[in-house]
Design a protein around this ligand. Structure first.
Ligand code: ATP
Ligand code: MG
Length: 227
């Protein structure tokens, strides 16, 4: 992001943000409610355009793209995990994933089942969202976000509704994806989730007030537990 601002009337949701995230990085975005975190994720995720400044994704300035081409870029490069799960209530877990495949290319049930297996839910494939726990629904969302092998995974409070055990499961999935080369950017209020990232930025009133390098060797034995 180069000199990015997002303004609503007189309110500066983001003010002159300069931020570079390298491919393969894992960044957490923290800060109080209303500080601009979701606004930032929405700009990176091609769901919104800045009032001024440039958002450059993969060497390509996306700040002046049309809505149609933003949709295409999002579909090809980005996986999104929201706090509200946005699952379609009358479709089963596996069908919800196949919808994402449909928008990208071709539904493929075998591949959708594999994605569910990755998040430990193969035996819940035929359940409707209402027949799944919150943690299971969140994992279906992650499977859906992964289905098109996105280079960039964005999460807005991806563990916001989860208990500690499910939070640990989600963190482990993110860790695996990061080890496989994905770039991960996660908004969170949870210090434990924020701490797993290599780098943490803190927003206040639409500005970056802290930028912390958290790199440290990760013990592979730790992957079943929490850092
Ligand atoms: N569409 C909009 N119209 C007007 N103001 C908006 C709009 N979207 C966001 N804002 C304002 O911009 C500011 C930043 O909002 P944002 O959603 O980015 O905050 P946040 O850091 O994600 O907060 P939270 O932790 O509560 O989710 C807030 O003051 C919010 O009220
Ligand atoms: Mg938010």
């Amino acid at each position: 992001m180069k000199g990015v601002s997002k303004v609503y009337g007189t309110l500066h949701a983001l003010s002159d943000i300069n931020l570079t995230v390298n491919a393969g990085d894992w960044l957490s975005i923290m800060g109080p409610s209303g500080s601009g975190k979701t606004t930032m994720i929405n700009l990176i995720g091609c769901m919104d355009s800045p009032s001024s400044g440039s958002v450059i994704l993969d060497g390509h300035d996306i700040s002046r793209e049309s809505a149609a081409s933003l949709t295409r870029i999002r579909r090809d490069k980005i996986g999104l995990i929201f706090q509200q799960f946005h699952l379609i209530s009358y479709l089963t877990a596996v069908e919800n994933i196949m919808v994402a495949q449909y928008y990208h290319s071709m539904p493929d049930e075998g591949e959708a089942l594999e994605a569910l297996e990755k998040v430990g839910l193969k035996d819940r494939a035929r359940h409707l969202p209402s027949q799944l726990s919150g943690g299971e629904q969140q994992r279906v969302c992650i499977a859906r976000a992964l289905i098109n092998s996105p280079d960039i995974l964005l999460g807005d409070e991806p563990t916001g509704n989860l208990d500690e055990e499910n939070e640990g499961i989600v963190i482990d999935i993110l860790r695996t994806l990061h080890n496989e080369g994905a770039t991960i950017i996660v908004v969170t209020h949870d210090p434990e989730v924020g701490d797993v990232a290599q780098r943490k930025i803190v927003l206040e009133y639409g500005k970056i007030v802290q930028d912390i390098d958290q790199t440290r060797p990760l013990d592979p034995k730790e992957s079943g537990g929490r850092a």
